[in-house]
Structures are given as structure tokens and as C-alpha cells.
Design a protein around this ligand. Structure first.
Ligand SMILES: [Zn+2]
Length: 146
């Protein structure tokens, strides 16, 4: 296994972080905020990977990012506002943030997960050709409805 260079890795994750295709930097990649297109509109990379559990890792990543952000924010607020801590804000704001932020981060973490996959398993020309020519209507969505 050959790992990409630091610049290639930063490029993959940087593209994902701005909601672009990690492979080419193009797009569009989103069908809507909670759904990726079947393939990248620019390079043809299949964004739907054909495995129902492919993006389970992105969900885990989403909760780790959300939990870390909420905990760090609460810790900073606690220290900054001590001893006049707005406990009601913590009591209600924390759980609300834990429910809302995963939706805000959803497409980012899916594309970051895809970037992580491309970092570990870079596309070769043969695989890219398969991505471009495979049945364009195929998706996990269609498979689930059958
Ligand atoms: Zn692309």
C-alpha cells in the first residue's frame, strides 16, 4: 500500500471540507444537504459506494466532531464565565447542539470519510473508468427500495 504525500492528503481533505469532490475538486456532489449524488458531476467518481454500511464511519466521525465541539465550547464558556455560569444555557443548549450539529456537519463528514477512503485506496485509471461507465442509475437508494 502506497500512502499519498502530505500535500495530496491535505488536498483530499481540503476539497471535502468545502463540499467538493475529494478526487477532482469539482462538483456538484450533493443531491441535497443530507444526500450525496450518485456520482461526481465533474469526474464521475461514484459517491454512492454500493455498500449500505459504507458511511457508518462518517456517522461516527460526525458524532466525534459534534461531541468534541460541544464539550470544548462548554468548557471554554464555563471557564470564561465562572462563577456566573448560565447553567440553563448548558442544560438546554448542550443537548440541542448535540441534536442539531450532526445535521449541519452531515455532508462534510460524508465527504471527509470518502477522502479518507481515497487516501488509503487511491483511484487508479482502471477503477476511475469503471466509476465513469458503471450504471448511472444504480445507487443504494434504488437497491433499498426493491
Ligand atoms: Zn470528482
Amino acid at each position: 500500500m502506497e500512502l499519498p504525500s502530505l500535500m495530496q492528503t491535505l488536498r483530499l481533505f481540503g476539497r471535502a471540507a468545502i463540499l467538493r469532490c475529494p478526487n477532482c475538486g469539482g462538483g456538484p456532489v450533493l443531491k441535497h444537504w443530507l444526500k450525496l449524488r450518485v456520482r461526481c458531476g465533474s469526474c464521475g467518481l461514484r459517491l454512492e459506494r454500493g455498500e449500505h454500511d459504507y458511511f457508518v464511519g462518517s456517522l461516527m466521525l460526525n458524532y466525534v466532531i459534534t461531541g468534541t465541539l460541544v464539550l470544548v465550547t462548554m468548557a471554554v464558556l464555563l471557564v470564561a464565565m465562572w462563577p456566573e455560569v448560565p447553567w440553563d444555557l448548558f442544560q438546554y443548549g448542550g443537548p440541542v447542539a448535540m441534536l442539531v450539529l450532526p445535521f449541519a456537519f452531515f455532508p462534510f463528514t460524508k465527504l471527509i470519510w470518502l477522502a479518507f477512503d481515497l487516501m488509503l485506496r487511491p483511484m487508479n485509471d482502471e477503477e476511475m473508468e469503471w466509476h465513469r461507465t458503471a450504471d448511472s442509475e444504480w445507487s443504494t437508494e434504488r437497491t433499498l427500495s426493491q
